[in-house]
Ligand binder design. Structure first.
Ligand code: NAI
Length: 477
């Protein structure tokens, strides 16, 4: 029975690599019905601001799988890139990047038995793009991490480990500093790992992870991490094994998955028949495994390993003296589809089980303790502090402290002279801890502050499950 796949040619070198992949997949013995669709630069130029036409969306809804060339957002068209639109529309929450030493490709790390997968959360974190200028010169970005989003990607990482016969998952976070956001990801990992007793679970601080990826890359099997951290370490991973030209990626969602090379549209070499299709071919291997076409995936992977590692046929980017064209290289890959090598130990691949995760919506004991009010002011910390203390005289709140760029500056306990900007956070707590906060108390406080200062943001201070739901400022007791 044939399977349907949406084929998005993409821009620049896109059509060249995508057609190479189509040829190799067709020759590998699997029956694919390709639904060729548009997205990217030409679509923007036709006046569609998303860069993704409805026919392409409908095709993806039907096939659930796409093999995609790189997409450009031409200058002057559209606000968002067509890539971002596709990822957001279909919520492809799991970005996976295999990092495996490829024979024949010279790197600084040859012979280091590198073989791991980076699993990057691909929806949340700073990439939600929720940003504000709070004053003309102070910008804020919201880093949103949810229990549900974390659980989904972490379960996905463990399931991926099982489906590939891997034994270890590292969770890489900055929980030592970002105790609530990255801390929630770490805590979720600790909870979820209990459901996977067959897999070793380790936490590693992200900066040490980057360090160990260079010093001891062989210790990793699967690394799961948040969006921004994952963005950086996945390119680091690509560099360990030969760079963007050979790096494959999968964007997996609950319904739809998109497979693509990591590199872009390489306009400098487009149309010259010299682009290296290796990355999209390895991405096609990931796609075929996703479709449970393990035999065809194995044949293409082995052909690539044989062609690069034994025949040592390289496109121009891997060997400057090579005269091999994209079509010439693709011919060789097709010819070598029956070749087998022993460069990579064969993994016992099994179908990947996608996790189903519900929003926990836990009904935990909670209490409001106070509010943080953000104020724009050119006053000194002392003058601002005295003014806010006067304002709270008759209110149920007292001024606990003022911080500037995260550091407590009032009261100035350390006696240091902080380098401040015009953006202050004033923390107000209930005078009587046992009493209850009414919204009118908060509104009255804001109204009084607004009479003498410019405020721009408010955040409630909660306790959930008897633990503080906010962090203290640096220097706050
Ligand atoms: P790029 O990856 O397209 O090119 C960087 C350099 O690597 C160029 O010199 C290029 O010739 C070379 N290169 C890339 N892939 C190659 C391959 N397979 N074989 C041989 N050489 C290769 O990055 P750049 O120039 O920053 O981006 C160009 C366009 O691609 C931009 O519009 C960008 O937004 C878009 N882009 C799209 C992506 C996607 O759709 N997933 C990812 C990255 C960039």
């Amino acid at each position: 029975m044939s399977k349907a796949v949406t084929l998005i040619e993409g821009d620049g070198i896109g059509p060249e690599i995508v057609h190479a992949a189509q040829r190799v997949v067709d020759a590998s013995g699997v029956k694919i019905q390709w639904d060729i669709c548009e997205a990217g630069a030409e679509v923007f130029k036709k006046g569609l601001a998303t860069g993704v036409p409805q026919e392409t969306i409908d095709s993806l809804k039907r096939t659930k799988v796409a093999l995609k060339g790189p997409l450009e957002t031409p200058v002057g068209y559209g606000e968002k890139s067509a890539n971002v639109t596709l990822r957001a529309l279909f919520e492809t929450y799991a970005n996976t990047r295999p990092v495996r030493q490829i024979p024949g490709i010279q790197t600084l790390f040859n012979g280091r038995a590198i073989d791991f997968v980076i699993v990057r959360e691909n929806v949340e974190d700073l990439y939600a793009g929720i940003e504000y200028l709070q004053t003309p010169t102070v910008a804020e970005g919201l880093k949103l991490i949810t229990r549900k989003g974390s659980e989904k990607i972490i379960r996905f990482a463990f399931e991926l480990a099982r489906s590939e016969g891997r034994h270890k998952v590292h969770c890489a976070t900055k929980a030592n500093i970002l105790k609530l956001t990255e801390g929630l990801f770490k805590k979720t990992f600790e909870d979820v790992s209990k459901d996977y007793p067959d897999i070793e679970a380790h936490h590693i601080i992200i900066d040490n992870c980057a360090h160990q990826m260079i010093l001891h890359p062989e210790i990793f099997d699967v690394i799961v991490t948040t969006n921004l951290q994952g963005d950086i370490i996945s390119d680091l991973g690509s560099a360990l094994v030969g760079g963007l030209g050979v790096a494959a990626s999968a964007n997996i969602g609950d319904e739809v998955s998109i497979f693509e090379a990591v590199h872009g549209s390489a306009p400098d070499i487009a149309g010259k028949n010299i682009v290296n299709p290796t990355a999209i071919l390895f991405s096609s291997v990931l796609m075929l495994r996703h479709l449970n076409e393990f035999e065809a995936a194995y044949r293409i992977e082995q052909s690539l390993l044989y062609t690069l590692g034994v025949e040592r046929a390289f496109p121009k980017d891997l060997d400057k003296s090579s005269t091999l064209t994209t079509t010439g290289f693709t011919d060789i890959i097709v010819r070598n589809l029956d070749k087998v090598t022993d460069f990579w130990a064969t993994r016992p691949y099994k179908p990947l089980h996608l996790p189903q995760v519900k929003d926990p919506n836990e009904d935990v004991p909670r209490k409001e303790l106070g509010v943080d009010i953000y104020i724009e002011s050119t006053l000194s910390p002392e003058a601002l502090g005295k003014s806010l203390e006067d304002i709270t005289n008759l209110s149920p709140f007292f001024l606990k402290m003022i911080s500037n760029r995260g550091v407590q500056v009032y009261p100035n306990i350390a006696g240091l002279k902080p380098d401040t900007v015009d953006h202050w956070r004033a923390r107000f707590l209930l005078k009587n801890k046992e009493s209850h906060i009414d919204d009118t108390d908060i509104l009255n406080l804001i109204e009084k502050i607004g009479q003498s200062h410019r405020w721009m943001h408010i955040e409630k201070l909660n306790e959930f499950n008897h633990a503080l739901g906010f962090t203290r400022a640096q220097g706050e007791l």
